[in-house]
Ligand binder design. Structure first.
Ligand SMILES: Cc1cc2nc3c(=O)[nH]c(=O)nc-3n(C[C@H](O)[C@H](O)[C@H](O)COP(=O)(O)OP(=O)(O)OC[C@H]3O[C@@H](n4cnc5c(N)ncnc54)[C@H](O)[C@@H]3O)c2cc1C
Length: 520
């Protein structure tokens, strides 16, 4: 049978945002939808379903296995950057923490020209996705496809972390998605019935048999097909290297994530003119922002040892966090120390047999890097430079996050666990020693955003309706459009971007109701 080569909509990527868009388009009955995913299926793969297995997925067959360039702010180290290459994208390999962010994160987007993206506009979209285990409240949705489950706080290590935080003046928080996100407590997870609630499982699986949906896995979009300044389709490459073109009667949506969405634009001739010329790619639209504005949350591990095994909480093994400010006059929290119920080895320090780690995370980085292509060849990995810790503020904030971790330990809260500090070895380090430590140990927090920045200015890549500037017929909808990273883990914000994109694609009259026919 001849393969179909024309659809109404083409959605590229099935990650946190793409699966949501595909599902909403299918539900709305607006035509036939082609969904293209570079990775394979996630169905029946236990490690993608078991919430405890996520760390085993890095570097494996479901990971794009990206690496950064040598980072000048990190003593020249290259960092591994895992990203999901499978149905569900990074939502299939992530840590499952579900937090939406501070209302000011989104109000700041709107203030900067992203009209329609302020908190009052996006909050209902978060609720629409959500199926919270404890039911509907003013702060939680219960009718959406995405299962969200709170974590119990009866684990003694979690309790010690929260008690230690309280002892240094940080209040306990019982719902980071509630009235306020500040304080210490346990998180909600995208887990339902003990299984990972990836966006593929929640949004896509229930409609896989729909006659309106065609899903191609193991198929990569190389570039857009542009005719007379309009995107009319995409060029596909399958796993055996065979290529073909499919056409979109209405629109193409790029939800290929923070690395591949800008890479697809660049390979299509949409990007900084000088860069495209250097790569030998014909310029279709000079768009200086494509690939720029890359930024990420980062964390430095603070490692503790214990003489015997500590009680495990199960689940995702990193369920307790605190959100706090590096400076008391800050308007929003900028630090997120997170308790990891496992040992994150630190180069140059002993690895204890038992213990735990506090990841001293920063949430409002000022450092900005970029992504570009090494060459026009699809098989060449992109050049990824997040420019970690290249701004003084980020270094200072990270040192503050480490100091909070050390202060919590200093309260004696961990004494009943007989925990002792392993890295950094001494609590009383000078600022210079602390700076050396964070530059030596800082790793990604996995929250890269910003490479197809949304805005109203000429240098932005997409407008507030997510339309790519300079060409017609194509939008970008994923974490790459975020102009500034929210002060939280980025999965829930990326799901929200998917919801918003669906509304924009469908227009007012087809706006989606909160009630969903299907659940995971
Ligand atoms: C290891 C890890 C842990 C994390 N932990 C958390 C956490 O606990 N909580 C949290 O909130 N956030 C977490 N995050 C971040 C969060 O998961 C991401 O920000 C979010 O999933 C990004 O969504 P996205 O839609 O932009 O991209 P993705 O989910 O990455 O989706 C992009 C999809 O597009 C596909 N694709 C790419 N290129 C092409 C192409 N050319 N053709 C076809 N398909 C293509 C990819 O294979 C992928 O499926 C984590 C991320 C990682 C990697």
């Amino acid at each position: 049978m001849k393969e179909r080569d024309e659809f109404d909509y083409i959605v590229v990527g099935t990650g946190s945002a793409g699966s949501v868009i595909a599902r909403r388009l299918v539900d709305a009955g607006v035509g036939d939808i082609l969904v293209v995913e570079a990775g394979g299926s996630d169905r029946g793969v236990e490690s993608l379903s078991d919430p405890g297995s996520w760390r085993t997925l890095w570097g494996g067959p479901y990971d794009w296995n990206y690496k950064t360039t040598p980072q000048r702010g990190l003593q020249g180290r290259e960092l591994s950057l895992p990203r999901g290459k499978v149905l569900g994208g990074s939502s299939s390999v992530n840590g499952m923490i579900y937090v939406r962010g501070h209302r000011r994160d989104y109000d700041a987007w709107e203030f900067d020209g992203c009209y329609g993206w302020g908190w009052d506009s996006v909050f209902p979209l978060f609720l629409r996705s959500e199926r919270h285990l404890l039911g509907e409240t003013p702060w939680h949705g219960a009718a959406g496809p995405l299962s969200v489950t709170p974590v119990s706080r009866d684990n003694p290590v979690s309790q010690a972390f929260i008690e230690g935080a309280k002892a240094i003046g940080i209040p306990e928080n019982f719902d980071f998605n509630g009235e306020t996100m500040e304080g210490a407590g346990t998180v909600d997870l995208t887990v339902g019935s003990g299984r990972r609630a990836s966006t593929s499982r929640a949004f896509l699986w229930p409609v896989l048999d729909s006659p309106r949906l065609t899903l191609l896995t193991g198929t990569r979009v190389e570039s857009l097909v542009l005719e007379g300044g309009r995107c009319v389709g995409v060029r596909l490459v399958d796993e055996s290297g065979g290529s073909r073109t499919v056409r979109a009667r209405r629109e193409v949506v790029l939800s290929a994530g923070v690395v591949e969405s800008p890479a697809i634009l660049l390979r299509s001739g949409i990007g900084p003119e000088r860069e495209l010329t250097r790569l030998g790619i014909d310029v279709e639209a000079d768009s200086p922002g494509v690939g720029e504005n890359l930024h990420d949350h980062a964390l430095a591990p603070v490692l503790f040892g214990s003489p015997e095994p500590l009680p495990s909480p199960g689940g995702n093994m990193m369920d307790t966090v605190l959100f706090w400010r590096s400076h008391e006059q800050m308007a929003v929290p900028d630090l997120q120390p997170i308790l990891l119920h496992f040992i994150k080895p630190v180069d140059g320090y002993p690895v204890p047999e038992f213990g735990f780690t506090i990841g001293a995370g920063i949430m409002r980085p000022k450092s900005r890097g970029r992504i570009t292509l090494r060459s026009a060849d699809l098989s060449d990995p992109p050049v990824i430079d997040p420019a970690y810790l290249t701004q003084r503020y980020d270094v200072e904030a990270m040192m503050s996050a480490v100091e909070i971790a050390l202060a919590i330990a200093g309260t004696g809260a961990f004494e009943p666990l007989k925990a002792s500090l392993v890295a950094p070895a001494e609590p009383g380090l000078s600022r210079a020693e602390l700076e050396r430590y964070v530059r030596q140990t800082c790793i990604t927090y996995h929250h890269q955003v910003g490479t197809c920045r949304m805005g109203s200015d000429d240098a932005s890549v997409v407008d507030p309706e997510l339309r790519v500037r300079g060409v017609e017929g194509v939008r970008v909808a994923d974490a790459s459009i975020m102009p500034a990273v929210p002060s939280v883990n980025t999965h829930a914000p990326a799901v929200m971007v998917g919801e918003k994109a669906a509304d924009l694609l469908l227009g007012d009259k087809l706006r989606i109701s909160a009630t969903s026919e299907y659940t995971a």
